[in-house]
Ligand binder design. Structure first.
Ligand code: FE2
Length: 428
């Protein structure tokens, strides 16, 4: 993010001596300054002041990650995935964490989409490949990072910059386990450039602004979370490597630190994790149907994230609120239906918790009868998170395991399987 933040203890001048408190007449030990910066030293960065040398490790071993292999969507089909079914066993959920337990649904060389329902605290973790955008479908958690902590809940997007050490602690709830939808870029993830001034401020026509973003509550030290500062700690690192090509070459390593990773006494700069809740997104509406870019919230390299929020729909006297059929010739489109009334999509199989993949090369749009049925609607109470990718998406093991196998027939009447039945629905 472009706007500057400062937390905790930092010296008045960067790259100068910063010492811990000492007795009168004594010189305290130096803190260790770390610059965490993007694009070499040529983009946003922050300076963190550590109690310990941040490079220190006492051991390194392989992290055997889950199955990250992918399978092409061939023959080409629109798909309906049901990720909830991957985590329908409460005992398994209790032992699952957001980091090691996430299951890969879809992925390509630019982005991976995974899902986890978690009841366990994750190990300390950092993604050395790219930024993460984790959407909370349901439930609540505390996310502790070296920049500070967040309390997150339903509807929150947590943007976590590449290489940020953090961990996930689900808030126990019998009613709602933590349901996390993880969008991992191989790049940075940021607000769309067209919503930013040349110096990075969110502009007046942006659907959200800096006031809507939540900053980490920091600084955060080991003793603040009830841990010992000298506790030997493992940090799980996902990173670029020479893993199998079918897994994008991604590999994992576990580093052992001789101290607790929460040792940052202060930091400042423009690179840090932050949170945005989808309810704070102000929808852009029009007299006629607005195309999906009007709903964009984030962008990464070769992909965008949009959200369809509850909103007034098209108000031209002859408008058709549901979308026209469209062939996104340059992208695959993944919709995650998180809230709202999807009863109207009976027949397509889509409901809360569903995901659809509409691949490039195949036109898609409303189920039969939906356009006529939508006329006169004034408001759609729906919420969906969409990822559009410019390169085709392959199926991960989780995606293969929760594909309903028949969604591609939902436009064809009763022939061949489930049929559409007049959906009143505006989602593209
Ligand atoms: Fe679409």
């Amino acid at each position: 993010m472009a706007h500057y933040q400062s937390m905790g203890s930092i010296p008045p001048k960067r790259h100068t001596q910063h010492r811990r408190p000492a007795g009168r007449g004594k010189l305290g030990e130096l803190y260790y300054e770390e610059l965490m910066g993007e694009e070499g030293f040529s983009s946003d960065s922050s300076l963190l002041y550590h109690r310990n040398i941040p490079s220190t490790i006492v051991d390194a071993r392989v992290w055997e990650m889950g199955d990250l292999s992918t399978t092409p969507n061939h023959p080409l089909k629109p798909l309906h995935l049901q990720p909830h079914t991957l985590f329908d066993d409460a005992k398994t959920v209790k032992k699952t964490d957001v980091v090691t337990g996430r299951r890969l649904l879809l992925g390509n060389g630019d982005v991976r989409i995974s899902y986890a329902v978690a009841g366990a605290t994750s190990p300390w973790y950092r993604n050395g490949i790219g930024d993460e955008c984790v959407y909370i479908e349901r439930g609540a958690a505390r996310v502790e990072t070296v920049f500070g902590a967040f309390d997150v809940a339903q509807g929150d997007y947590i943007i976590i910059p590449r290489a940020t050490t953090h961990r996930w602690i689900p808030r126990a709830s019998r009613k709602e386990p933590l349901r996390a939808y993880a969008i991992e870029g191989n790049s940075h993830i940021a607000p769309p450039k067209r919503y930013l001034s040349k110096y990075g401020q969110l502009l007046e026509h942006s659907p959200y602004c800096e006031r809507d973003l939540r900053m980490p509550q920091g600084p955060l030290l080991a003793e603040d979370v009830g841990d010992k500062a000298d506790a030997e700690t493992e940090v799980y690192i996902k990173h670029r490597g020479s893993g199998p090509a079918s897994s994008g070459g991604i590999v994992g390593t576990v580093h052992t630190l001789p101290f607790h990773p929460l040792d940052v006494v202060g930091w400042d700069g423009c690179l840090y994790p932050y949170v945005f809740n989808v309810r704070d997104y102000e929808p852009i509406t029009g007299r006629v149907h607005q195309p999906p870019p009007a709903h964009q919230v984030w962008e990464g390299w070769n992909f965008v994230v949009c959200n369809f929020v509850p909103r007034k729909v098209d108000y031209h006297p002859l408008s058709i609120p549901v979308p026209y059929y469209h062939s996104n010739v340059d992208s695959d489109e993944v919709m995650f239906y998180v809230e709202g009334d999807y009863e109207a999509r009976k027949g397509s199989g889509i409901g809360q918790g569903s995901m659809s993949l509409h691949p490039g090369g195949h036109p898609h749009g409303p189920q039969p009868g939906a356009s006529e049925a939508s006329i006169g609607a004034e408001y759609f109470d729906e919420l969906a998170v969409m990822v559009d990718t410019f390169r085709p998406l392959d199926l991960g093991e989780g995606g293969l395991a929760c594909d309903d196998g028949k969604y591609h027939l939902s436009w064809s009447g009763n022939r061949g399987g489930s049929a559409g039945s007049g959906a009143v629905h505006s989602i593209d």
